[in-house]
Design a protein. Structure first.
Ligand SMILES: Nc1ncnc2c1ncn2[C@@H]1O[C@H](COP(=O)(O)OP(=O)(O)OP(=O)(O)O)[C@@H](O)[C@H]1O
Length: 213
């Protein structure tokens, strides 16, 4: 057996399913994502993309199946150390400024080695807004601050729910650069999209969710 064949995937879903009112939202799903890969999760409105990412992140309990990281099942409560979730809501504190938010979250969630809030803000183009309160930010600025938080996270696996929403062209390129760097660093990313997608030039698999009638 070759060495690569013996390395378990960074993330694997086995028989993963989720029901609402006894009706399936998705699943059962089986898929793998290896280190260095992106998984593009596609599907129309209501197909279950956000629900799947929330289940993987441990924010929702699945109705069946397991989530494995590096070949071993990982309980919901333990996923935060491995997975960083970028959702529709920015999850930022409105009355703190940009730098205070990043420092608060770094204390809470840990921080990538040798990363600082200042450097992450510069990466996302917010260096001159370090002391702007979140409640005074535009939707795109909040998204960029969420991306800075993602960049600081030590988690190898990124769960990105519509990461391009509210971003201008430069912001879209920024997301793609970040995803590429994360994959080159041995991480992986799941990215949801409705279809239109400025694919970053990375090794990408696809998972298509069909809306349940
Ligand atoms: N909190 C909730 N309570 C009840 N039903 C919900 C809830 N959140 C989502 N749903 C339902 O679950 C299904 C999947 O929703 P989900 O948000 O995962 O879809 P999606 O693929 O991310 O959609 P979109 O592309 O519109 O963001 C939908 O039918 C939706 O109405």
């Amino acid at each position: 057996m070759s060495e690569s064949a013996s390395v378990p995937p960074l993330l694997a879903a086995r028989g993963l399913c989720f029901l609402r009112d006894a009706r399936p939202v998705f699943g059962p799903l089986d898929f793998d994502v290896a280190a260095g890969e992106a998984l593009l999760v596609q599907g129309g409105n209501g197909a279950g993309k956000t629900t799947l990412l929330r289940v993987l992140a441990g924010l929702l309990e699945p109705d069946g199946g397991t989530v494995e990281v590096d070949g071993a099942p990982v309980a919901r409560a333990m996923r935060a150390g491995t997975m960083a979730y970028l959702g529709h809501l920015p999850g930022l504190k409105a009355d703190l400024d940009a730098i205070e938010n990043l420092e608060f979250l770094a204390r809470l969630q840990g921080c990538r080695a040798s990363q600082t809030a200042e450097r992450a803000l510069a990466l996302v183009g917010l260096a001159s807004h370090a002391h702007l309160l979140v409640r005074q930010m535009s939707a795109g600025q909040k998204k960029r601050l969420s991306l800075a938080r993602l960049w600081m996270s030590p988690a190898p696996l990124w769960l990105l729910d519509e990461p391009y929403a509210n971003l201008d062209l430069q912001g879209i390129e920024l997301v793609n650069r970040m995803v590429r760097a994360q994959l080159e660093d041995g991480g992986a990313a799941l990215v949801t999209t409705h279809g239109a997608y400025a694919a970053p030039p990375v090794r990408t698999r696809e998972l298509v969710l069909d809306a349940v009638a």
